[in-house]
Design a binder for this molecule. Structure first.
Ligand SMILES: *[C@@H]1O[C@H](CO)[C@@H](O)[C@H](O)[C@H]1NC(C)=O
Ligand SMILES: *[C@@H]1O[C@H](CO)[C@@H](O)[C@H](O)[C@H]1NC(C)=O
Ligand SMILES: *[C@@H]1O[C@H](CO)[C@@H](O)[C@H](O)[C@H]1NC(C)=O
Ligand SMILES: *[C@@H]1O[C@H](CO)[C@@H](O)[C@H](O)[C@H]1NC(C)=O
Ligand SMILES: *[C@@H]1O[C@H](CO)[C@@H](O)[C@H](O)[C@H]1NC(C)=O
Ligand SMILES: *[C@@H]1O[C@H](CO)[C@@H](O)[C@H](O)[C@H]1NC(C)=O
Ligand SMILES: *[C@@H]1O[C@H](CO)[C@@H](O)[C@H](O)[C@H]1NC(C)=O
Ligand SMILES: *[C@@H]1O[C@H](CO)[C@@H](O)[C@H](O)[C@H]1NC(C)=O
Length: 529
């Protein structure tokens, strides 16, 4: 497919009107998988539902209970419908759905795109209409469709095969009088490759077909060691995908593993704060009746839930990254700005972030009102925010001012993870260090300037055809760049795309479809829809 053609198709599939969206903000609730895997039963779900009410989770917005794999019998009924396992669910799923409804909880279920689920139970391939109808008749409104055992004539599981099956499901769901919320696991089957093309080709269609997508690894289950590494791994995949998210479609970095034995409270709070900063699904996979007061306290933090559920639905993006500190930001629907600071280091530490790095004008010396979302304390601050953050902790602040913020932060290649770096009048792709030379402002006029010298704009040099930093001339097309959902950054004068060439050279090359050298993440808000 031609590049322009791809873009036009994507633009059409992405045109989701937030007010019409089935799910304008990310889901919140419970799923049994990471905590119980296949050892599930009715009691877990009834006890969980009761505890979600009594511990205030329902009141805080957690309104879903989702069953994962291993719930059905191994055989379908004579008429082809799936059947719940009556040993695991003695009163049945219709009864359980009613039990949840009586507690203001919605009911979600799991199936698989292929002919078997990951756990070896019947999959939905060729039973899509029947299964959708069955789930609906049980009072279910949410389907997670996994992607195990998807075959293409017995062998290759290609991107196109997944697209056909998930696309068919999309049609089936559109036909329903009460459409299911559709959680697509397809991208997870293409993540983690050195060649990112197929992963991104899948990501290009999932937002058009459903409301959320598990994009990478399953998060650590209760019985796996090193959950902090697992959280950071999924965080690392999530930050490559911010451009895909908007109200009605959410990237899913997987469950909140609140009662994992090998996480510290600071790590659990980080997990929650990072997921909330992403406006990610907040789906708890833990034994909720036994959660501690500390755990319930952070899960029900109203300020952080408001960040997660913000109407803009933006995913926070990286302002800077230096190996120890990750700084992220995004805009909020009331004009406020979020600042999130993750300390990856093994020691507690302190970091100051100037307001300029949050997208506010550098000349402005006025006061910002800053709320610490962990303590709830509000203070008036000028110039910069300083945070003291424990090892593996995350500080989160909500910044209010009369000024509008400009999208500001790193521009990085999602394959090499190199940062666009200014050096005088030249640019290169280099290791990210957190320097001002790697922090870029993207104006509404589509120009791109580094904080190290805002008088210069990223330009196509007409003589050499390469990329340079030249004195900004607001109107000039050689200094205007369009950022597409595919990750391409296209120059308006030449229609070529920003590229990472050999040895970090910045070049302008004919636009390619989801090629490692041309897929970039820009500060959230840079993408025009
Ligand atoms: C339900 O599952 C849990 C966790 O696997 C187990 O501890 C409990 O004994 C089970 N209860 C019943 C009634 O099967
Ligand atoms: C199919 O069979 C099952 C089990 O006998 C039954 O519960 C269900 O209502 C049937 N579905 C339809 C659509 O008739
Ligand atoms: C699933 O599909 C594969 C490949 O087409 C086939 O070999 C296998 O027998 C199928 N399994 C079931 C349970 O239908
Ligand atoms: C959707 O409904 C129409 C009209 O009832 C039907 O012709 C079509 O086959 C259905 N499509 C799917 C994918 O179920
Ligand atoms: C990206 O495109 C270049 C130039 O066409 C090609 O050599 C390279 O193999 C492509 N990379 C990937 C990962 O497909
Ligand atoms: C990367 O994957 C794409 C899609 O499968 C393929 O067309 C391309 O040739 C691959 N590139 C390399 C360098 O293997
Ligand atoms: C926790 O970590 C210890 C080693 O540090 C390991 O032995 C144990 O298996 C881990 N427990 C879990 C539940 O991951
Ligand atoms: C910046 O450019 C100068 C002159 O081209 C070069 O000598 C220097 O190594 C570059 N600095 C960095 C950090 O790349």
């Amino acid at each position: 497919m031609l590049f322009q053609e791809t873009l036009m198709l994507l633009a059409a599939s992405m045109a989701v009107d937030a007010s019409q969206a089935l799910m304008p903000t990310p889901p919140m609730g419970f799923n049994n998988w990471a905590r119980f895997e296949c050892a599930l039963n009715q009691t877990i779900f009834t006890e969980t539902a009761d505890a979600m009410v009594s511990k205030g989770l329902v009141k805080a917005g957690y309104d879903r209970v989702n069953i994962d794999d291993c719930w059905p019998l191994h055989e379908r009924a004579a008429n082809g419908s799936l059947q719940w396992d009556p040993e695991k669910f003695p009163n049945g799923l219709i009864w359980l759905g009613q039990y949840l409804k009586n507690r203001n909880l919605k009911f979600g279920i799991y199936s698989d795109a292929g002919n078997l689920t990951c756990g070896g139970y019947p999959g939905s391939l060729n039973y899509e209409e029947i299964d959708a109808e069955t789930f609906s008749s049980w009072g279910i409104d949410y389907l997670k469709l996994d992607g195990c055992n998807v075959y293409n004539q017995g062998s290759l599981d290609s991107e196109q095969t997944y697209k056909n099956i998930y696309g068919h499901w999309h049609q089936v769901i559109l036909n329903m009088s009460r459409p299911l919320i559709f959680s697509e696991s397809a991208p997870a089957y293409f993540s983690g490759e050195a060649n990112l093309t197929d992963w991104y080709l899948v990501m290009d269609w999932v937002p058009g077909y459903g409301e959320l997508a598990c994009h990478s690894n399953d998060i650590a289950t209760f019985d796996t060691p090193n959950p902090w590494e697992s959280i950071l791994t999924n965080y690392g995949f999530e930050i490559l995908l911010a451009r895909y998210q908007s109200p009605g479609y959410f990237n899913d970095p997987d469950f909140l593993i609140v009662d994992h034995a090998n996480l510290t409270l600071d790590e659990k709070k980080s997990h929650f704060a990072l997921w909330a900063s992403f406006s990610a699904p907040l789906i708890i996979s833990a034994y909720i009746p036994d959660l501690t007061d500390d755990e319930i306290a952070y899960l029900t933090n109203e300020d952080l839930i408001a960040i997660d559920q913000d109407a803009l639905g933006l995913q926070a993006t990286l302002v800077s990254q230096d190996g120890t500190w990750d700084v992220l930001s995004k805009s909020l629907s009331n004009g406020d700005r979020l600042l999130t600071i993750l300390n990856r280091g093994d020691e507690a530490g302190s970091l100051s972030v100037p307001f300029e790095r949050l997208g506010y004008p550098s000349q402005y010396s006025g006061i910002f009102v800053v709320k610490d979302l962990w303590t709830g304390a509000t203070s008036e601050v000028s110039n910069q925010i300083t945070a003291n953050v424990p090892s593996h902790g995350t500080a989160v602040f909500r910044v209010s001012s009369r000024l509008a913020a400009i999208p500001t932060g790193m521009i990085f290649n999602t394959a090499s993870l190199n940062c666009l770096t200014a050096n005088g009048s030249s640019v290169r792709w280099t290791k990210c260090t957190g320097s001002d030379t790697q922090i870029w402002q993207i104006t509404s006029g589509r120009s791109i300037s580094s904080l190290s010298d805002l008088s210069k704009c990223l330009s196509r040099d007409a003589k050499s055809g390469t990329v340079a930093l030249e004195v900004c001339q607001g109107w000039h097309k050689s200094q205007k760049w369009d950022y597409a959902i595919t990750g391409n950054v296209q120059n308006q004068a030449s229609s070529d795309c920003l590229t990472e060439g050999q040895d970090g050279v910045v070049t302008l090359v004919e636009c390619l479809v989801e090629n490692n050298s041309q897929v970039f993440e820009l500060p959230s808000g840079s993408l025009q829809r």
